[in-house]
Design a protein. Structure first.
Lengths: 577, 143
């Protein structure tokens, strides 16, 4: 276990140290992951712009992240969370596969694969809740299996982690029956009885209920609601009647590269079902994976609820799919070998550091264009994935592990959703952007402590940076997401033109913040002042700031209506007297 | 390593230290109960002072400190100063100057108590008090 933990830590360190500043940070233009920063930075204040959103329900992710950001600098906190989320899932997977398949080598190899998987990195955004929920579920599964032969405390803890998974991502409630099956598979065949089942379920419920009460108490103690989970349930109910994210199969399937690795693992594990001598628990894992996939297919194709049509929605399949990868690799005759996880880490990381994520897709596109093939993006890796499954299923012993590592390494690099995040000394901007956001957050929070007094206004404009050109409109959209986005946009729309702004838009604000490049900020400021002058509401400047990190730069001009009280935070929304 | 160094070398923390040192060196400001926090070069000054003159000198000291780009003023007058101002205002008003009234102030909330007032006097006393600088709320406990 120690060598696996070391391999996972080294994997994280190499990815962070050798990759560019994009690794571990979300790109400009993304909204939801940046909204979580609003919670990470302001959770105990329960700002109205954030507190009424269903995302506020996800306390098992928000609270540890809030603690990290409260104790550490933003960049250090981000790296800590990156390492924790990648390593926690890897360790949960390692224990689950080691215990169910009785093969610590296979478990170590697949745990490293999880931590180094480009489809796991920043799924839905590095600060999105999905990866944390999968981590919790993996740990809950490992503990559920152990509960059958361990102390009652293990069963309670499995309930705690299961509840954490569900509170972080409500979809995992659908997998709760599968967890009970995991417990059953951990029992010796001679000990299958309803009483043990009842005891386990009772203890797990105690753990789940205990965590829920603790989270509710923390939320209520800081000024929020006891029933913190209700908004997420209401949101799920709404999506069950009409899911606006659902896509037609013809739209998403040709680009569903994120399903290649999980389905390859699940197919590779299928022979385990009829392999003589395979541990019963291994077979159960394979059945669980296909059952989970079947559930998601029913939701996607029959109920028309989005579960497979976006990578972050399909991600709950990954824990079982990766466990299947470990099952497919396993061979109970082999004992622990401390070099395996380190070797697997070295092989899997190599293509990422050799910039294959960038080179492979472009060479594949060129080849496909030469052959006049359609859908080259999915076809190449899909064929490679299936061929690899056949090869590593037919091989044995150490050769199988080696084949797996090489196959996974290439496929992993090929499928990288964000190729620019890997490689040595390649330019990035995201870390600097987050640091700028934190500075702007401190500034605007000082003027507007409840985050609902300042309404932001900006237009789109290009900003040249080392890796090309960046849309400042995207940068500003991401920043305003840390304040709930539309509710704090002037005119409630992004990039609204100045002539479209009305007096009512200004009346909804205590202050207005103009975001612009240094070259245009004076002009934007004048335009906005002229607009509201013409509407009979002159504005005066509260402060002007020039925010800069390396080649990422923008200006923030804070304005409010002329006159008024100068005592206290100038943009604080005061209750009407 | 650069991340760790940046965390230790926080410019706002250094600015806070500079402000506190400046206030400590000033003979008047050092006597006041003040709290200073700096975030993104915005200094937020809180506390209670006995007069607006002292408040202005404190704010000027903070604003003139290296690293401070903006100052947010959360400074309020002390309760004693508010009580004195209320009493002075009452004493100079012909309608209520002879009314025996007790004035108590707690964190800007002023409570007026008396059992020898009529409706017109009560109305005037509340209005006078409400107009005093630093008064956030008036509680009318007069009969």
């Amino acid at each position: 276990m120690r060598s696996t933990a070391l391999a996972l830590a080294i994997t994280c360190a190499v990815l962070i140290g050798a990759g560019n500043e994009d690794f571990g940070f979300d790109p400009a233009g993304w909204l939801d992951p940046f909204m979580y920063f609003g919670y990470f930075w302001h959770y105990p204040d329960h700002p109205p712009a954030l507190d009424h959103d269903y995302k506020a329900s996800r306390l098992p992710w928000i609270l540890p992240a809030y603690a990290s950001h409260a104790l550490l600098d933003t960049t250090a906190a981000t790296y800590l969370l990156v390492c924790l989320t990648l390593c926690a899932g890897g360790m949960g997977l390692y224990v689950l596969v080691r215990d169910t398949a009785n093969d610590s080598r296979a478990a170590a190899a697949v745990a490293v694969a999880w931590t180094a998987c480009t489809g796991v990195h920043g799924i839905g955004g590095w600060n999105y809740h999905v990866l944390a929920s999968a981590d919790y579920f993996l740990v809950a599964s490992a503990l559920a299996f152990r509960s059958a032969t361990s102390s009652p405390r293990t069963a309670i803890m499995s309930g705690v982690f299961a509840a954490a998974a569900v509170h972080t991502h409500l979809l995992f409630v659908a997998f709760a029956p599968l967890l009970i099956l995991t417990y059953w598979s951990g029992m010796a065949p001679s000990h299958h009885d309803w009483r043990s089942f009842g005891t386990y379920i009772g203890l797990a419920v105690v753990g789940a209920f205990g965590l829920t009460v603790v989270l509710g108490a923390v939320n209520a103690g800081t000024g929020g609601d006891w029933l913190f989970f209700v908004p997420q349930i209401l949101r799920a109910r709404h999506l069950m009647t009409y899911d606006e994210w659902w896509l037609e199969t013809s739209v998403w399937l040709p680009t569903a590269r994120y399903l290649i690795i999980p389905l390859a693992f699940m197919m590779a594990a299928l022979p385990t079902l009829c392999r003589a001598g395979a541990p019963r628990a291994s077979r159960v894992i394979v059945i669980q994976a296909w059952a989970a996939f079947a559930l998601m297919c029913v939701a996607q194709f029959w109920r028309r609820q989005a579960t497979l049509d976006h990578d972050y929605l399909a991600f709950p399949l990954y824990p079982y799919a990766f466990a299947c990868g470990g099952i497919a690799l396993s061979d109970a005759r082999f004992r622990q070998d401390t070099t395996v996880p380190l070797l697997a880490a070295a092989i899997i990381l190599m293509p990422l550091l050799l910039l294959m994520p960038v080179a492979l897709p472009s060479s594949m596109n060129a080849a496909a264009a030469a052959l006049s093939l359609n859908q080259p993006i999915i076809l190449g890796p899909l064929l490679f994935g299936l061929a690899g499954v056949v090869v590593f299923t037919l091989t044995r012993n150490g050769v199988r592990l080696g084949m797996f590592a090489v196959w996974f390494a290439v496929l992993n690099a090929w499928l990288a959703p964000a190729p620019s995040a890997y490689g040595i000394q390649t330019p990035g901007y995201r870390r600097q952007m987050l640091e700028l956001f934190r500075e702007a957050d401190g500034l605007t929070t000082a003027f507007d402590p409840r985050l609902d007094g300042i309404k932001y206004w900006f237009e789109d404009e290009p900003l040249p940076i080392r890796s090309g050109q960046l849309s400042l409109g995207d940068v500003f959209d991401s920043y305003v997401s840390t304040r709930g986005w539309t509710g704090n946009l002037l005119g409630q729309r992004s990039r609204v033109r100045v002539e479209e702004l009305t007096r009512a838009d200004l009346d909804a604000a205590v202050c207005v913040a103009v975001l612009a490049s240094p070259g245009t900020s004076a002009q934007r400021e004048s335009e906005l002042q002229a607009r509201f002058d013409s509407l009979g509401a002159p504005l005066e400047v509260v402060t002007r700031r020039h925010l800069k990190r390396r080649d990422l730069v923008f200006d923030l001009v804070l304005m409010k209506r002329a006159g008024g009280d100068r005592h206290g935070p100038p943009c604080l929304r005061r209750p009407a007297s | 390593m650069s991340v760790l160094l940046a965390a230790c070398d926080n410019p706002d923390r250094m600015t806070t230290r500079r402000i506190l040192e400046r206030l400590r060196m000033d003979s008047v400001a050092s006597q006041q109960d003040l709290d200073v926090r700096v975030t993104s070069s915005v200094a937020i000054v809180s506390g209670r002072v006995p007069s607006r003159k002292i408040e202005a000198s404190v704010l000027a000291l903070v604003a003139g400190t290296d690293g401070v780009l903006d100052v947010i003023n959360n400074v309020t007058l002390t309760d004693d100063a508010i009580v004195q101002s209320v009493r002075a205002a009452i004493a100079s008003d012909p309608l209520v100057k002879d009314v025996p009234v007790s004035v108590v102030c707690r964190e800007g909330e002023v409570t007026l108590s008396s059992n020898q007032t009529n409706a017109a006097q009560r109305d005037r006393l509340v209005k006078l008090t409400d107009a005093i600088d630093g008064v956030e709320h008036v509680v009318d406990a007069m009969k």
